[in-house]
Design a protein around this ligand. Structure first.
Ligand code: PLP
Length: 396
C-alpha cells in the first residue's frame, strides 16, 4: 500500500475564508439585494497597466514568428528580466548580481519550494499573526514550527529573542495581516541574530512597493550582513496587479553558505531539475513593470489603494479605534471595538453596516480581538464603508 504524506493530517483546517464566504452567503440569502462592502479581499481590483498590456501583446506576436519565437526559457529566468531586476535594486543602492535573481511564478510557489534547500528536520520560526502559507508549508513537510506571538505593545513587530531560535526565520515586512513595517535598526537586529545563530531568514517582501516613508527598508539587503543570512522573496502580484498573471522573483546571494554548501548553487540545481522556467510572454510583461513608463503607471495604481487606506485610517482615527498599518502597507489591523472577539466583530459589522473584513484570529490565535481591513477594494465602496465604520464605531 502506498503511504501518503501523513503530515497533511497535521494541517489545521483552513477555515478562515470558507467561513467568511459561508457567513456572507447566508447574510445575502436572508437580505436579498443588499450591497456588501468587501474590505476583506487580498486580491487586487485594478487591471494591469498599459505598459504591461502592450508588452504582453508584443510578446504574443513574437510567438507567431519563427525568428522571434521562444520555446523553453532558462530555468532560473530570462537574462533580460534578471538583469532588469538587478538594475532596479542597483537604482536603490542595493548591489545584486543578475545571476542572484531567480524569476518565479509568484511568492507563494517560492515560499513552499524554497524549503527544499533545508534539511528535513529544520525548524521554522513564524511570527504570528501570519500569512497562513508559512506554517502550512512547514507542517506539510513535517518540520517543527516555532510560533512567536506578536502583540500590540510592540506594534506587532517582535524583536529577536531566545524563543525565536530556529533554522529558518520567516519575516514579512510590510506585514500581512498587520501592515506593520520593520525599521532599519529593528531589522538589523534580526540580521545580526540570524548570523549569530547560523539561521537563514526568508524575507517576504511581497508588499515592499507600498512603503512610502523613505527611511524604511524595501529590501533586507539594505542591511549590513544580510548577504550571509537572507533570502528575499518578492512578487509582482500586489506591486503591479499580477495576481492572475503570476510572476515573482527571489534573491539568493552567493555568500549564503551553510555547512560548506552554497544555497545559491543549490537553488540553481533545484530550479533546473524542478522547473522549466516562467513563460516568455509573462517575463516580457514583468520586464515592462521596471521600465520608467511601467514604474510610473504602477505607482498610479498603488496610489489608488493608498487613497483607500487614507479614507479608512481617517475613519478609524475619528472613531478612536487603535490600528496599525495602512501608511506603508495595503492592510489595516485594528483592535475590535468594545473588547469584542474577532468573529463577534465580523458578525457585528456585517449585520449593522454590511462591511466585510477578515477576523484576526484566522491568522493565528494571537490575532484574536483584532481585525484586518484591506485597501484593495473599490474606491467608492471604500469611501462608503469608511463612513459607515466611523458612524457605527463612534456611537459606541
Ligand atoms: N506573501 C504574502 C505576505 C502575501 O500576502 C501573499 C499574497 O497575498 C503572497 C506572499 C503570495 O503572493 P503571490 O501572489 O506572488 O503568490
Amino acid at each position: 500500500m502506498t503511504r501518503p504524506n501523513t503530515h497533511y493530517a497535521d494541517l489545521q483546517d483552513s477555515y478562515l475564508f470558507r467561513r467568511i464566504a459561508q457567513k456572507t452567503a447566508r447574510f445575502e440569502q436572508e437580505h436579498p439585494g443588499t450591497h456588501l462592502y468587501r474590505m476583506g479581499i487580498g486580491d487586487v481590483s485594478l487591471p494591469l497597466c498599459d505598459a504591461v498590456i502592450r508588452a504582453l501583446h508584443e510578446a504574443v506576436d513574437d510567438q507567431a514568428h519563427a525568428d522571434r519565437f521562444h520555446g523553453y526559457m532558462p530555468e532560473c529566468g530570462a537574462p533580460f528580466l534578471r538583469e532588469t531586476i538587478a538594475a532596479h535594486y542597483g537604482s536603490r543602492g542595493v548591489s545584486v548580481d543578475a545571476d542572484e535573481v531567480f524569476v518565479s511564478s509568484g511568492a507563494s510557489d517560492e515560499l513552499g519550494d524554497i524549503l527544499d534547500l533545508f534539511d528535513p528536520s529544520s525548524s521554522a520560526m513564524v511570527i504570528e499573526p501570519a500569512y497562513p502559507a508559512y506554517v502550512d508549508a512547514n507542517v506539510m513537510a513535517g518540520r517543527p514550527v516555532v510560533h512567536v506571538p506578536a502583540c500590540e505593545e510592540e506594534g506587532f513587530l517582535p524583536r529577536p529573542c531566545e524563543s525565536a531560535r530556529a533554522d529558518v526565520l520567516y519575516l514579512c515586512s510590510p506585514n500581512n495581516p498587520t501592515g506593520a513595517v520593520y525599521g532599519k535598526a529593528q531589522l538589523q537586529e534580526w540580521v545580526d541574530f540570524a548570523n549569530d545563530c547560523g539561521s537563514v531568514i526568508l524575507f517576504d517582501a511581497a508588499y515592499e512597493a507600498f512603503i512610502e516613508d523613505e527611511e524604511l527598508p524595501h529590501s533586507i539587503f539594505e542591511l549590513e550582513g544580510a548577504r550571509t543570512c537572507a533570502i528575499e522573496i518578492c512578487s509582482l502580484s500586489k506591486t503591479a496587479g499580477f495576481t492572475g498573471t503570476r510572476l515573482g522573483y527571489t534573491i539568493i546571494p552567493r555568500e549564503l553558505v551553510r555547512c560548506g554548501m552554497s544555497l545559491h548553487d543549490m537553488w540553481v540545481r533545484n530550479r533546473t531539475t524542478k522547473t522549466n522556467g516562467v513563460s516568455y510572454i509573462i517575463q516580457r510583461a514583468g520586464a515592462a513593470v521596471f521600465t520608467p513608463e511601467g514604474q510610473q503607471q504602477i505607482r498610479e495604481g498603488i496610489a489608488v489603494y493608498k487613497r483607500n487606506a487614507q479614507v479608512l485610517m481617517r475613519a478609524l482615527g475619528a472613531a478612536g479605534i487603535w490600528y496599525c498599518g495602512g501608511r506603508n502597507a495595503p492592510y489595516l489591523w485594528l483592535r475590535c471595538a468594545g473588547g469584542m472577539g474577532s468573529w463577534e466583530f465580523f458578525d457585528y459589522l456585517l449585520r449593522e453596516i454590511q462591511v466585510v473584513g477578515t477576523p484576526g484570529e484566522g491568522f493565528g490565535s494571537c490575532g484574536e480581538g483584532y481585525f484586518r481591513l484591506s485597501t484593495f477594494g473599490d474606491p467608492q465602496d471604500t469611501i462608503e464603508a469608511a463612513r459607515r465604520l466611523e458612524c457605527l464605531l463612534t456611537q459606541r
